[in-house]
Structures are given as structure tokens and as C-alpha cells.
Design a protein around this ligand. Structure first.
Ligand code: PEP
Length: 252
């Protein structure tokens, strides 16, 4: 039986003070919630303050990125050990904004995912097709390559989360329908099954792309949708808690 997860990706938003307030609101609002995980991914500057705020609660910390070397002359980068030291449990890897603006490749995503695992961090690996790719009917082709390359050379699936985030749905208000999401989630689970066998039933696959408290109910009802990676709606306490509440309602 898979549990659920809701992860808030704050992107390049929130000062330290704002981050602490938001994290405190989420921590208080999510207190007592059972059967799943709530994760917050603040910008690097607020990681440690958010960790101090949520420490001891059921809310966990994620970084939005990682570098795949241990230390050295890599100006502007942050290592796995630094993220562990700041209190991270998870790391978002290969978000489409990183692929688009910072030219991250599938090979780089793979290197980062491996490095997370070596360091005891859990990667949330993002995959997703563009609008043009969907229109051309190559969604499964594109997602298949992204998943296989991201997992290349990784022998165990434990501690890996995959997030299906159609690029056309991120920050656009145009979410995938529950059926569209389910089709791709099932496809991803099958690709993982071809690589690892039966254990694919255990991997958590999140949906991301304009998730709100209004649309999460139907999305989470789909068999292969195990939770959400949330951008915009994670920046307001009420909308983020509304998403968590609606998931837990569906699990009853
Ligand atoms: C994201 O960036 O991961 C995301 C899903 O953003 P939004 O919820 O704003 O579409």
C-alpha cells in the first residue's frame, strides 16, 4: 500500500522571515495528519530556518536542487553534505525550469539522483513533456526516455520519488485532467516495472502542474497518482493546507 505525499516547491520566493511564517503555518495546520508526508522546498537561503521551524514535526524539508560533486571549486553550487547539514530529507531533481533555464540534461539529472542516494537524500525526480510534444503525440516516448535515463545505473528504487509534471501545466492554470495524469502515471509505473519488476508498485509518483485545493480531489482519486508537487498554491498557507486536507479526506 502506497502512502501519499504533498510537496511545496517555493521556487525563488520568500525571504527568511516569510519562509519561517509560511512553514509555521503549514506545520500547525498539518499537525496530526496521518498516513502521508508533507514536504517543503524553500530556496537555499531559508533551508536552515525552515528546518528549525519544522524540526520535530511531521513536515519534512527538501532542497530545490543539488550539485553532483562533494566539494570544491564550483561557484554557486551546493553539495549533498551541505543539504544534509541544513536538515534536508528530499531534493527536487530535474525540475523543468532547471532543464529549461539552466540547461539540465537527463544525464545531469541521473548524476544528481545518484549523488542524492549516496548521501542519504531522497530525490524527487521530475519528468514531463512540453505542449508541442503532447500535440505531436510523443508524450510517452519523451517520458520513457526521461525516466530510463534518470534511473540509469541505480540499482534500488527505495527512496526515489518521481514527479510527473507536464511542462504545459506548470504555472499556467491548465492542469492535466485526472485521466490524462493517470495515463502517464501508469505508463511511468510500467516503465519502472520493466526496469525493476514488481517493486514498481511501491514507487511514489506525484502529479505536478497547477494543482489547487479544487482539483486535487479528483487527481488523487486516480489509482497511480500518489500525491502532488505544488508550486503556486504552496505559497499561501490556506491553499496548501486545503490540498493536504482534500487528500486526507479522500484517503478515509
Ligand atoms: C512546479 O513548479 O513544480 C509546479 C507544479 O508549479 P505550479 O503548481 O505552480 O504549476
Amino acid at each position: 500500500m502506497r502512502t501519499w505525499m504533498v510537496a511545496g516547491n517555493w521556487k525563488m520566493n520568500n525571504t527568511i522571515r516569510e519562509a519561517i511564517d509560511l512553514a509555521k503555518g503549514v506545520k500547525d495546520g498539518a499537525a496530526g495528519i496521518k498516513g502521508g508526508e508533507v514536504v517543503l522546498a524553500p530556496p537555499y537561503t531559508a533551508l536552515q530556518s525552515v528546518y528549525e521551524t519544522i524540526k520535530g514535526s511531521q513536515v519534512l524539508l527538501a532542497a530545490q536542487n543539488i550539485y553532483f560533486e562533494d566539494k570544491g571549486a564550483y561557484t554557486g553550487e551546493v553539495s549533498p553534505a551541505m543539504l544534509k547539514d541544513a536538515g534536508c530529507t528530499y531534493v527536487i531533481v530535474g525540475h523543468s525550469e532547471r532543464r529549461k533555464y539552466f540547461y539540465e540534461t537527463d544525464e545531469g539529472v541521473n548524476a544528481k539522483a545518484k549523488k542524492c542516494l549516496q548521501a542519504g537524500l531522497k530525490p524527487i525526480i521530475c519528468v514531463g513533456e512540453t505542449e508541442v510534444e503532447r500535440e505531436k503525440g510523443v508524450t510517452e516516448f519523451v517520458i520513457g526516455i526521461q525516466v530510463k535515463k534518470a534511473l540509469h545505473g541505480i540499482d534500488k528504487l527505495d527512496n526515489i520519488v518521481i514527479a510527473y509534471e507536464p511542462v504545459w501545466a506548470i504555472g499556467t492554470g491548465k492542469n492535466a485532467t485526472p485521466m490524462e495524469a493517470e495515463e502517464v502515471h501508469r505508463f511511468i509505473r510500467n516503465v519502472v516495472g520493466d526496469m525493476y519488476g514488481e517493486i514498481c508498485k511501491k514507487i511514489m509518483i506525484l502529479y505536478g502542474g497547477s494543482v489547487t485545493s479544487e482539483n486535487i480531489g479528483e487527481l488523487i482519486s486516480m489509482e497511480d497518482v500518489d500525491g502532488a508537487l505544488v508550486g503556486g498554491a504552496s505559497l499561501k498557507i490556506d491553499s496548501f493546507l486545503g490540498i493536504i486536507r482534500n487528500i486526507t479526506e479522500k484517503q478515509k
